[in-house]
Design a protein around this ligand. Sequence first.
Ligand code: MG
Length: 372
Amino acid sequence: MKITDIEVIHLRVPPLDQPCEWGEDALIVKVITDTGLVGIGESDTSPVVAKAVIEAPGSNLYCYGLKSLLIGENPLEIQKLWDKMYWSSNYLGRRGAGIHAISAIDIALWDIASQYYQVPIYMLLGGKYRDKIRAYGTFIPADTPGENKIIARKLKEQGFTSLKFGGGILGDDDTTDYEIVKAVREELGAEFELQIDLASKWHTYGRALGMFKRLDEFNLNWIEEPVLADDMRGYAKLSGVSGAKLAGGESLTTRYEFKDFLKYAQPDIVQPDITRCGGISEMRKIYDLSSMYGTKLVPHGFSTGILLAATVQFLAATNDGDLMEYSQTTSPLFTSLVNNLIPFDNGFVTVPDCIGLGVELNEDLIEKYKID
Ligand code: MG
């Protein structure tokens, strides 16, 4: 079996000259083989940049576009191809968008391997630890405490036993943050599992420390990305200052960045995104590293049903992968790109015993939102 082509698809809901929030654009890849088997992957990144990383012609020893490296290769040699992509793109890649693009292709290669061997991806990864995975709901907060109470109430009624909010206005003003957390906590009850995500918007250690202490009365499960992941000293000083666990890492890529983050930032929870960190192959290595540091891995996931399917297959094959994120975005790229989106059902998602990722793409929707 040989790879004959890689198709890169950029999807976008708002027009290119208008702002695009989370979940409203996507980068999909199809790795095509001479046997008719096709693998699907995605990356939650800047589609224009990742597309260029894949399609660029080779220009020197370490500046190859990924597609030129893979044509003619055997897609079953997943680790060998990962290494080839990493090394031969390392001037333009190594981290960031270079690894995001590798992630999309790696996921597609696992999809092909599962179809070729006719066993689920979780089986290729070593076996299935669980039939269902608890899912927490993530919502972007509205501007007033009252509106957020209503959102939280509706999600609890849908069956969520764990919720997170972040983005929007969270992190803009300390007193507003306090009032929103207070309102949501009152609505959900004292023991409901609740976490918040600052998207690094507290900026400094000093401000974050004040907020960790101020919010301690609300029994938060975790506080995510209080400051930028590059401020590992700030993270380390925040570790253990309140009852809330310290979480972060969605912007990090590769085992190398996570090794430093685990060692120096001392988080309680790491949150690699399978479509950014290096794909299923690299996620396994990051999981193993996290285990060695006694740190829980709870993946970031806020794009399409392709990410969701890859994340579920990965988590099913880990000893400790019992919690995942379930987006509450209304973007059609989340709700409708994949016809058979893995559903949230009464607190959990069920692990599909499918061959490959098992995603059926909505080709009409792809035609509608495709950017050439
Ligand atoms: Mg986050």
